[in-house]
Design a binder for this molecule. Structure first.
Ligand SMILES: *[C@@H]1O[C@H](CO)[C@@H](O)[C@H](O)[C@H]1NC(C)=O
Ligand SMILES: *[C@@H]1O[C@H](CO)[C@@H](O)[C@H](O)[C@H]1NC(C)=O
Length: 185
């Protein structure tokens, strides 16, 4: 499991059975996200971004960041989920989902003016009682991704992308006290 210090501090202060009343995170405020699935390998794992996808438990997300971190920092603006960009990069990166039969709930990101697929959507993200959701749908994670990581998908398909042994997780957005911008691979 990989954490930033800030996320670790927040996670340590939390137990799965008694989630804190998380302070609402306003639009535009940077946050990290941890997955919650008690007793599993994905309990308190921070969301990461790499290779145009969203992961947990990768040894390194191989991003170029303004400071040392191995987790992704996001913010929501107008229902769109953005990756907080590095100060040295003027190329915004934005998350999309594809809920069609083809996408099966895939979550990815595009950079700058790179177009999203015709079946992909970007608008619909919200923090619902502190949980990151897309149009009220939460997340699931699947083992067997690159470098021991688990890939992150929207819930709804049992074997998204024909991945096996996927498990639904809840998640908690944690406000980033010292947000770190990155350029994600
Ligand atoms: C899924 O679980 C089965 C049964 O435990 C196991 O044989 C298989 O290797 C697992 N696949 C992945 C990708 O973890
Ligand atoms: C990060 O880079 C290392 C070394 O090139 C590679 O082995 C690993 O798979 C990469 N991790 C991800 C999440 O792409």
């Amino acid at each position: 499991m990989q954490f930033t210090t800030a996320l670790l501090a927040s996670a340590a202060a939390m137990t799965a059975s008694a989630l804190p009343q998380s302070t609402p995170i306003a639009d535009g405020t940077p946050f990290g996200v941890i997955t919650i699935r008690s007793g599993s390998q994905v309990q308190n794992s921070a969301l990461q971004a790499a290779n145009s996808g969203v992961l947990v438990n990768a040894k390194s997300q191989n991003a170029s960041c303004d400071a040392e971190t191995n987790s992704a920092t996001f913010y929501i603006k107008d229902e769109e989920l953005h990756l907080l960009e590095s100060k040295s990069s003027a190329r915004p990166q934005k998350i999309f989902v594809d809920r069609s039969w083809f996408g099966q709930g895939i979550i990815g990101y595009v950079t700058g003016a790179q177009p999203i697929g015709t079946r992909s959507e970007t608008k619909g993200w919200a923090l619902v009682n502190g949980e990151l959701k897309f149009q009220d749908t939460g997340l699931q994670v699947c083992p067997g991704s690159v470098d021991g990581a688990w890939s992150v998908w929207l819930q709804g398909v049992d074997k998204p992308g024909w991945n096996e042994n996927c498990t639904s997780v809840s998640n908690l957005a944690v406000k980033a006290d010292k947000p770190i911008g990155c350029w994600y691979s």
